[in-house]
Design a protein around this ligand. Sequence first.
Ligand code: 9Z3
Length: 346
Amino acid sequence: MASSTQADGEGTFSAEQYFATQPPPPTLEQDIRRVREFAQQHVKEGRRVVLVTSGGTTVPLELNVVRFLDNFSAGTRGATSAEYFLNAGYAVIFMHRQFSLQPFSRHYSHSTHPFLDFLELDSAETEYSGEASSDATRISAKPSERKQLIEVLTAYKEVHKAGTLHTLTFVTVNDYLWLLRAVAQELSMLGRSSMYYLAAAVSDFFLPRQRMSEHKIQSGKGSLHIEMDQVPKILKPLVNEWTREGFVVSFKLETDASILIPKARAALARYGHQVVIGNDLHTRKYQVVFVSPISSHKRSASLAGNEEAYVESWLKIDPSTYPQKEIEEDIVEELVRLHDTWIGVE
Ligand code: 9Z3
């Protein structure tokens, strides 16, 4: 692979080299200014802050982008978890893929529960005139939808009033990496009261800007060959440099269940963070496995350099209870407990 930007080996960038060669998104500065204000306000009010990342990153193939690689994630895990963190009293920075699911509005996703389907026109007192501006026409929610709508709307309004949810968007893996680093650096002032809940499905490969075609890739030359570089493993600098004692939870997604726990342990050994939540693509809504070093269950410093022992525990829900029961409720409850221990509340 010919590239003047590669470093550690064929197609491998360190995080430092990545940020030195790939450009930041144009709105980074203003996005981060808002994150800083949000974090400062909640530190003052004594709240814990969690960064929730959600949805999939894209990898553009052209500078004038027509084609890009994407992945399956709709952002259900992140959007759902954000609601439970808010309910547990956390201030939430919800960093999500543009147009992926968001807390509260996720209940009325256009594909699974379109909101036009649960509204009805009241025509008891007046016939609908067909004019959009008709003041006499009233709209109401179908009785079968009201209970859930009131619950969701009440929680949404409360969060809005309390100002405990801040939203940030990314599209590409490059946007994601720049934002993650900058947000983590801002949150480092919170020390142990910050949590990182990294549920976004992040591409492992990308095409460096220096090798991207400026215009739409043309057909007519036979098959297309694209060689991608590896996205730097940014959990390492996140844990060691950008956050200061933040409680870091990453997710590990596999389709071969037999490698889930070994890969989760390997990630912990490599990056030294607090929890990996393992999930299998097909069962992710009903079961996950928490893998964590024993040291993260105590407030004492981690056993860097020593042989580490790990604890594994499965969280499961009965699939027939979904979606009334959501596994994210249990995930968040368990994490809040572990975070309490990490901070030293327990
Ligand atoms: C996850 O594993 C999430 O739980 C899902 C959620 C993406 C499966 P949905 O959006 O799905 O609810 O449909 N996220 C992390 C995936 C990931 O990219 N992990 C990296 C890895 O496995 C490490 S950060 O190497």
